[in-house]
Design a protein around this ligand. Structure first.
Ligand code: FAD
Ligand code: SF4
Length: 462
């Protein structure tokens, strides 16, 4: 069996000096060779692994025939943001994990092919705005412009509804804009997708916090007939240990927002600075931790450590991103957990107090539980710390709207199939319902909710 085509990348020694995209994308020849490996299964398991059921064999066949633009449009029937999902979806756990070729060899590089055709369409063909059906004279408000909100906006606009997106930040895109760094997802791509939505007639208003600037009730009073909440899970979690308020300790959320949204890496050309010391410790083992560590490397830190309480096997980050971080010189300190921070007497962090861990039985998360080893604590000098141990729901809108029921984790209690909440006319989906998940899962939830919104607005039945 032919091997899988490797992804061309910027050399590690070069890329640590810039924020440009690391993966360079397949050439046409590579894409054709990779597509030709697909055996066009009559019952394609890869599609079962895709949360939005992309017609994978069909779009791969179009690549073999050299019909790249048609292939991109085939994907867009199910996934409105293929340039983004082709780059950031965890395909190795989804479509590619199911591909039959993976049983004896390497699965088809479905994500890389998706990226190739959608980039090809953007660079070589007129991006075709999807047809918009006859106007229905009904208004849909979308709160939040992450992948869930963008999907609902696109779907509802296509169905003929008047759609307006309200976004709290000064730029749209949610995590795609403020979280995932430029070197994994260029912001120009996010901008292009937002422009495409505006061309479909979708209105966008930034710097509006629903629940504070205006309320959900006021949106109904202003004439919106249905509301979709795609608020994400943007509130950082902290460790809750002594010394965590010292200067030089950032939440990953603030650290990445300063870099991505405020362009701190271009300071003083842009207003917002970021202060990174020579030795940086990033706490956590997920994608957010890898993004933070790799950003710190690019900002010129001499030593960047990932501090994770389990072993590498349990790390939730994508393998590809762990490997990229290793190639870029990030040092992995595994089976250690922070239990406090000490200051330098002037308010800045000087060291982190760590304790060694060992792995016990498998816990509810399906991973082995980390257990502290008594008396094994020690201090470790650092100049900057980034806490990347997860996010939770931002309470602003939900506190102002008690009619919307929450679950025990303070996320919205919405129906998994329709996104209906406990408040009539209000739907929700994405991370604000499931907790931190993935871009494609948020888009899948958005698709289900838009179908339910259409049904509700057509029938009036709740
Ligand atoms: P979000 O993308 O969080 O968007 C929510 C938006 O709503 C935000 O813009 C927010 O400002 C806005 N908002 C919130 N409250 C209000 C309000 N009251 N009024 C107005 N606007 C409001 N997933 C992957 O699949 N692959 C990856 O590689 C990956 N890497 C990640 C890296 C980082 C650093 C982070 C943080 C997450 C990553 N994820 C990744 C997860 C993925 O980005 C999220 O699951 C996804 O973005 C969730 O989409 P969403 O639309 O639900 O919310
Ligand atoms: Fe092609 Fe793999 Fe899907 Fe079969 S499972 S159709 S080989 S991508």
């Amino acid at each position: 069996m032919d091997p899988r085509e490797p992804m061309p990348k910027q050399e590690a020694s070069e890329r640590i000096k810039n924020f440009n995209e690391v993966a360079l994308g397949y050439t046409e020849e590579q894409a054709r060779r990779e597509a030709e490996r697909c055996i066009q299964c009559p019952k394609p398991l890869c599609v079962k692994g895709c949360p939005v059921d992309i017609s994978i064999p069909e779009f791969i066949k179009l690549i073999v025939e050299g019909k790249y633009t048609e292939a991109a449009r085939k994907i867009k029937e199910d996934d409105i943001l293929p340039r983004m999902t082709g780059r950031v979806c965890p395909q190795e756990d989804q479509c590619e994990a199911q591909c039959v070729l993976g049983i004896k060899g390497s699965p088809i590089a479905i994500g890389r092919l998706e990226r190739f055709v959608s980039d090809y369409e953007a660079e070589n063909a007129e991006i075709e705005a999807p047809p918009v059906r006859a106007k229905k004279n009904k208004k849909v408000a979308v709160v939040g412009s992450g992948p869930a909100g963008l999907t609902v906006a696109a779907d509802c606009a296509r169905m003929g509804y008047d759609v307006k997106i309200f976004e709290a930040l000064h730029k749209p895109g949610g995590v795609l804009a403020y979280g995932i760094p430029e070197f994994r997802l260029p912001k120009a791509i996010v901008g292009c997708e937002i422009e495409a939505l505006k061309e479909m007639g979708v209105e966008l208003e930034c710097n509006v916090i629903i629940g504070r600037t205006i309320t959900v009730e006021q949106l109904f009073e202003e004439g919106f007939d249905a509301i979709f909440l795609g608020l994400g899970a943007g509130l950082p979690r902290f460790l809750g240990v002594e010394g965590e308020n010292l200067l030089g300790i950032y939440s990953a959320n603030e650290f990445l927002t300063r870099i991505n949204l405020m362009k701190a890496y271009k300071f003083p050309e842009y207003d917002t600075p970021i202060n990174v010391g020579k030795k940086v410790a990033v706490i956590g083992g997920g994608n957010v931790a890898m993004d933070s560590a790799r950003s710190a490397v690019r900002l010129g830190s001499e030593e960047v450590h990932i501090i994770y309480r389990r072993s590498r096997q349990e790390m939730p980050a994508r393998n590809e991103e762990i490997e990229n971080a290793e190639e870029e010189g990030v040092i992995f300190d595994l089976l250690v957990n922070p239990i406090g921070f000490a200051g330098d007497g002037k308010g800045w962090v000087k060291s982190v107090k760590l304790i060694k861990m060992e792995l016990g039985e498998v816990d509810d998360s399906g991973r082995r539980r980390p257990i502290p080893i008594k008396g094994s604590d020690f201090f470790y000098d650092v100049e900057t710390v980034v806490v990347a141990i997860g996010q939770k729901a931002n309470p602003i809108l939900l506190d102002a709207t008690p009619e919307i029921k929450k679950n025990k984790w303070a996320y919205i209690d919405a129906d998994g199939e329709t996104g209906k909440t406990s408040m009539k006319g209000v739907f929700a989906g994405g991370d604000i319902v499931t907790g931190e998940a993935t871009v494609i899962a948020a888009m899948g939830a958005g698709r289900k909710a838009s179908r339910a919104i259409d049904e509700y607005l057509k029938t009036g039945k709740w």
